[in-house]
Design a protein around this ligand. Structure first.
Ligand code: ADP
Ligand code: SF4
Length: 658
């Protein structure tokens, strides 16, 4: 939420403090208008006018008994300065890290002096805003201090370039400046990416990464170490199933820095793993971004021995996708994330029930499970009926696909709680129709019946000219494949008009099953949307390595018995891709038959349509809608308008700017 939504940001940080995290840190805070990350909403500490918003955070965190930390960052050529139109700085002349029609300029000595002054002034402002720990930041390949360290970005011949000692000089100066400015009042932390994960092409933990730690070991009060860049630091479970995956890279640091405390990250959700990392002397402190998003109360639950109540991060990076889209944070596992201020949601608390006694939830996917869980927490007698033999809906289906095993935690967490509650009845193999619902006699019904993939090839790009499907063509949908209905072995062509993640995952599965796979998409690259979760490059590499034949910028025009006919999205030129079967990944049909039948009868007190049946979307959205429905049921009439959340609207009633 950052500087754009300061009240929401403060409430979010406060929730983590309440959940028991010893230190709650901001995200990166831009120290100067030449490090303007607009339109992305990070924190901002350009001048004294930013202090009140930051003060909201420190006060809120201190109120809950935790320390507040701030990451002071200048983004160098990773800044775009789209708002400020200021100059962009780098060690040497170079392009930006984005494809933008601007270049960064080499900093001269006076620029470096200015930069050091900006950083020092930002540290003083951070202290004045009440922060206890102030970070110097050299990580993620997004920060000027780190850019000076990297030979490919630093081609200087003065005392800031050349030898490693020279390339580290600026960071050393920032650490010294910060200590001198605020070191008596605040701890100085240093976040450093010890390895670029590029092998010999980049900084490596075993070589220069270690040398930097040796050079600077005495300067910070706290070492915070990780790998870069962000896509390596925040790996998804799809591409890195093992939690604690940074340990091999960071484990040398503690040995070098001796008594200085070390903190590290790596999707640390398991208390056993945390303890083993401390016992092995890898870290002194456990760092967490995503695990604290999925469960702000993780430390409290450990402290109180409620380990099985931890809502574990599934490593899907939906949280990251909010940042990469510049919208408030959200989380698949924790639907209250980002809603602390605007909806007043607390992850551990929910209002007790009103006058009604019982509720029926139809459908046991993520929407139904979350709705049932929250209704049960509110005290209703909850009946959940699922048509299939297993609970979990699409979570169960999708988590059986390659790389998505950890997604099962979405169902496991909810089922674990639901099964322990005396006020919940869970039924499988129970497809309900309107008569069956009437027979149950429960007046409050939540329909979470999900959605099914279309079979007719209609989707985003084929809406205007639906593809011709020959009667003898062999057509499959994602639901078929996930249900184990596979074509005879041979060539299969996947048409991905969806362009989210599922077609890429199904391509992997089908290669593993022994098919010869082609993937055709109107997109410029495969699984376009996964760029937002920092995965796209890995998806495309993996499919290429697996031998999937990729056809981008191609639109489906027809499917025949032995081929798929596609047209170039630019030229319209057609070609045939030979295949024995076609898998169409286009759109989903909402399953609303039961909802419509019950609506027509009109005899229920409550009838609510939730999840994919209301709006086919991500699992995160289904969980969120299930949660929202449960909170809205019998709520204060003022809160029942689901669109009416608090907004931080610019106050035009008085002129607040000088
Ligand atoms: P969502 O993501 O919205 O939770 P899912 O597709 O994951 O949706 O789950 C919907 C679930 O609803 C499926 O498991 C499906 O078997 C179940 N379902 C659909 N229709 C009925 C019905 N009439 N009675 C009971 N369960 C149903
Ligand atoms: Fe973890 Fe996904 Fe939640 Fe992010 S959105 S914290 S990756 S569960």
């Amino acid at each position: 939420m950052g500087h754009v939504r300061p009240r929401a940001e403060a409430a979010n940080r406060a929730m983590k403090a309440e959940g028991g995290w010893a230190v709650v840190s901001t995200q990166e805070a831009e120290i100067h208008p030449t490090s303007d990350l607009s339109p992305f909403a990070e924190n901002r500490i350009w001048d004294a006018r930013d202090i009140p918003a930051l003060r909201l955070i420190t006060d809120a965190v201190h109120d809950k008994g935790s320390l507040a930390a701030i990451e002071l960052v200048h983004n160098g050529n990773h800044a775009q300065n789209l708002l400020t139109r200021g100059p962009i700085f780098a060690p040497s002349d170079m392009s930006l890290s984005y494809a933008l029609p601007k270049q960064a300029r080499a900093m001269d000595k006076s620029d470096i002096r200015d930069f050091r002054r900006w950083h020092r002034d930002a540290a003083l402002r951070a202290r004045d805003a009440g922060f206890d720990i102030i970070y110097v930041y050299a990580g993620h390949n997004m920060t000027l201090a780190q850019h000076f360290m990297l030979p490919h970005m630093n081609q200087r011949s003065d005392e800031y370039g050349g030898s490693l000692e020279n390339r580290v000089r600026l960071t050393r100066e920032l650490l010294e400046d910060t200590r001198e400015a605020v070191g008596d009042d605040c701890a100085v932390a240093f976040r450093f990416a010890v390895d670029e994960m590029l092998g010999a092409d980049g900084m490596q933990a075993a070589e220069e990464g270690r040398a930097v730690v040796e050079m600077l070991k005495d300067l910070p009060d706290l070492w915070d170490v990780n790998v870069c860049e962000w896509a390596n630091d925040s790996m998804t479970t799809r591409f890195q199933p093992q939690d604690g995956y940074q340990n091999d890279y960071i484990s040398f640091v503690k040995k070098v820095v001796g008594d200085k405390p070390v903190v590290g990250v790596g999707r640390l959700t398991s208390p056993d793993l945390m303890v083993s990392m401390v016992r092995k002397g890898i870290v002194d402190l456990i760092g967490a971004a995503r695990p604290s998003i999925a469960d702000p109360f993780l430390p409290k639950k450990i402290e109180e021995g409620r380990i099985d109540e931890i809502r574990e991060c599934i490593g899907c990076n939906i949280c990251v996708s909010a940042d990469t889209q510049g919208v408030p944070i959200r989380c698949t596992q924790n639907p209250t994330m980002g809603e602390e201020w605007r909806r007043g949601w607390h992850p551990e608390k929910i209002a007790p029930k009103g006058r009604e006694e019982a509720a029926l939830v139809v459908g046991g996917g993520p929407a139904g499970l979350e709705c049932a869980l929250q209704l049960a927490r509110r005290g209703y007698a909850v009946t959940l009926a699922e048509a299939g033999p297993e609970l979990g809906g699409r979570v169960t289906r999708e988590s059986a696909l390659p790389g998505l095993g950890a997604w099962k935690r979405v169902a496991d967490y909810r089922l674990n709680e639901l099964r322990q509650r005396g006020n919940v009845d869970l039924f499988t193999d129970s497809p309900l129709d309107a008569d069956a619902v009437a027979e149950l006699g429960i007046p409050n019904v939540f329909i979470a019946t999900g959605a099914k993939w279309r079979r007719d090839g209609i989707g985003r790009t084929t809406l205007r000219s639906p593809p011709r499907i020959a009667p003898d063509a062999s057509i499959y949908t994602p639901d078929d494949i996930m249900a184990g209905h596979l074509p005879p072995k041979g060539r299969i062509a996947i048409y991905d008009d969806d362009q989210i993640y599922i077609a890429g995952v199904l391509a992997e599965k089908l290669v593993q099953e022994g098919y010869e796979v082609s993937l055709i998409t109107p997109g410029l690259m495969v699984s376009t949307w996964t760029d937002l979760t920092l995965e796209q490059h890995r998806v495309q590499s993996r499919l290429i390595e697996m031998g999937v034949s990729l056809h981008v910028t191609r639109q489906l025009t027809a499917v025949d018995a032995g081929s798929m006919r596609v047209a170039c999205t630019y030229s319209g030129r057609e070609e045939d891709i030979p295949c024995d079967a076609a898998l169409l990944v286009t759109e989903r049909h909402r399953e609303t038959a039961l909802y419509e039948a019950l609506k027509a009868r009109g005899d229920l007190t409550t009838l609510d349509l939730i999840g994919d049946a209301a709006m086919p979307a991500l699992i995160a959205d289904a969980v969120y809608h299930g949660h929202l429905a449960a909170r809205s049921f019998e709520a204060d009439p003022a809160e029942v308008d689901r669109n009416l959340f608090r907004r931080e609207i610019t106050d035009l009633s008085e002129e607040t700017q000088p």
